[in-house]
Design a protein around this ligand. Sequence first.
Ligand code: SAH
Ligand code: SF4
Length: 419
Amino acid sequence: MNENDTERMLAFLKDHRYRPTDTPDRADLILINTCSIRDKAEQKVYSTAGRYKRLKRNNPELVIGISGCVAQQKGGELLKRMPYVDIVVGTHNIHRLTELLKRVREEKTQVVSTELYGSIESGEFPTPEVDGVKAYVSCMRGCDNYCTYCIVPYVRGREVSRPHRDVIEDIRRLADRGIKEVTLLGQNVNSYCGDVSFPELLRMVCRVDGIERVRFLTSHPKDISEELIYLFGEEEKLARSMHLPIQAGSDRVLERMKRRYTVKEYLKKVSLFRRLYRDVSISTDMIVGFPGETEEDFRETMEVVRTVGFDSIFSFKYSPRPGTEAATYTDQLPEDVKQRRLEELQATQREITIRRNRLLVGRRMKVLVEGESKLDRTELTGRTTCNRIVNFPGDKGLTGSMVDVTIRVAYANSLRGEL
Ligand code: SAH
Ligand code: SF4
């Protein structure tokens, strides 16, 4: 989501002749795009901004801006804490960026733009500025779910979907630039509520010439319909992987999180997927140490982890976020309990991931080649339909094509194969 916001900023700035640079000390503008999902991400903002402050001494014309969720959440407070910051631009105001920059330069003033809007203005979502073979395209923004731990609804606003024509138009343009894989993005992408249904939107995306693979992120378990599950059997371009955050394996915790599904309902959907599609990979997000999570609740989570056998898990220690309901719960857990549970979950998952990766050894899989491997320039890197990274020897001229690779070795985070 944040990467996509960065690409949108690049698209707006490009029209005003800005170009990205790798050398901050030569930059005219430094934008720090921020995340506030957990406290650690928020704290990083202050240390990062502090590092850039000194650059203003050599270059008084340098403009420093803070964008994204921390900007949205803190607004003008950031200017008090960091008086050397010039621009604070919230999550719904990215399209104002160049106008704000102009004001800073001409009026020599600091500016804050953090209004949240109930609808999407035209031009707010330019075609993202990307190169390579894959791109993210937002089809909705915001969230109305108010899970009790989560800050997203407060910093990203209400759930609004883009008209399907705009989304398809973006994807056509990206396909014209050589993009082969698109990921439809939204906080709850499968709750898409535009002028067509989400499965219909996916069907249309699969029809765009030049696009060879389609993914979507992130899905809310309560809104996974059978129609969506069966679509994977009809649309060959739809990648066989699903990120489906469960968050916890105990119904009592899920209820206090206000997730609106039970473990049983979740398992039913996952087992239908696995039954229908041999190669599908299921990944998830988990929070450990939610307020009041007992040892018994945590055991239930571990049980679900073993039962499902997730291909991968993004796991986090619960982090209280200002303004959210769960931050006011009085049964917060100590840090050492959260840490121990996180380590146990991650150790178990590591074994499961390797075991699941090993099942692929000897199989021949379609891989979309993304380019040279960063670790070894003689190798190529790409991803399988089930979203595994595969490295294999090959010519970089194959970048952007779909090739058959036989998997030879499985590691924890990647596979090795040969053409
Ligand atoms: N919309 C998606 C997730 C968005 S946030 C969904 O509903 O699943 C990405 C992930 O961050 C969440 O899935 C959750 O696991 C984690 N997360 C959100 N708030 C958190 C908090 N306060 N502490 C720890 N992890 C959190
Ligand atoms: Fe946060 Fe819940 Fe919305 Fe996901 S669904 S963004 S976890 S409030």
